[in-house]
Design a protein around this ligand. Sequence first.
Ligand SMILES: [Fe+2]
Length: 319
Amino acid sequence: MPITLPPISRRRFLSSSAAAAASILAGCSHMVRDPRPSDPNRFVLLSDTHIHYDRRWFHDGKVNTWENFEQVSRHILAQATLPSKAFVCGDCVYLQGRYDDYMTLTQAVGPLRQEGIAVHMALGNHDHRENFGSVMPIDGSRQASVSDRQVMLVGTPFANWYLLDSLVVTNQTPGRLGEKQVGWLAGSLDAHADKAAIVMLHHNPDELTRIPSVTEGKSGVDGAMAKVSGLIDTRALMEVILPRKNVKMCIYGHTHVWQHADREGLHLVNLPPTAWVFNAERPNGYVAATLRADGASFELHCLKANHPQNGQTLDLKWR
Ligand SMILES: [Fe+2]
């Protein structure tokens, strides 16, 4: 389920005498300084953060996902103007979606929330719906009409962000939205046809149209999942978002590859992972996005400052 962690209120935090005392004792000067400016049209996009319950743990003996997240968080907070929101595009935690992984994830996002940044999360194939829901607060933005797949509509000045739920089975690679969710998306897009829309989901839709009706027929889901590594019902999604011109962009993760493509003027943006890369030459880190009335500017921030793609920008015009 997509989830929102609201900013931690400075006033609420300091109204607690115990918290205030702890803050002073700990020398937490960031808790009491004046609020920093944030831009309501600026966002940060993370994906595949894969936080492990043990902060000291290294994936494949090489990548400490806690440290990667911390580095990204520090970089975001070092900017003169803060983003208003952070979106995490699924695979928030390590492979099995353990309860303890989500406990550590809440600690990882703490510094962002303390600076007033709301954190919105979608689930990927390495998340676990029940464990996630046990740790994270109930989200008031949840669209209750899709009862089995919780989805989120986040309104911002220049665009509505649709966070979809493509998790099917934890630790199995493919994803699927399902008819009900796709139908809800179509109806909501039509109801807000006068506003730009950005669709975000974990699974990549790029295998899509070459695959005929894999969600139907004798093979069923299991058969389809054996063939597809991305979104099984990509065709159904595309049939909704391609003809609706208010949809300007589709953002996804899952592949751990930073990539941009264009289909009939619809921007397809594959976010890089914040965790590890499958090819050492690929970038990892996060993307800063600034929206405007007629488009968006994206800037890639790599964990390796000397990566040749660090600072790469995309200037995206809306169709
Ligand atoms: Fe994934």
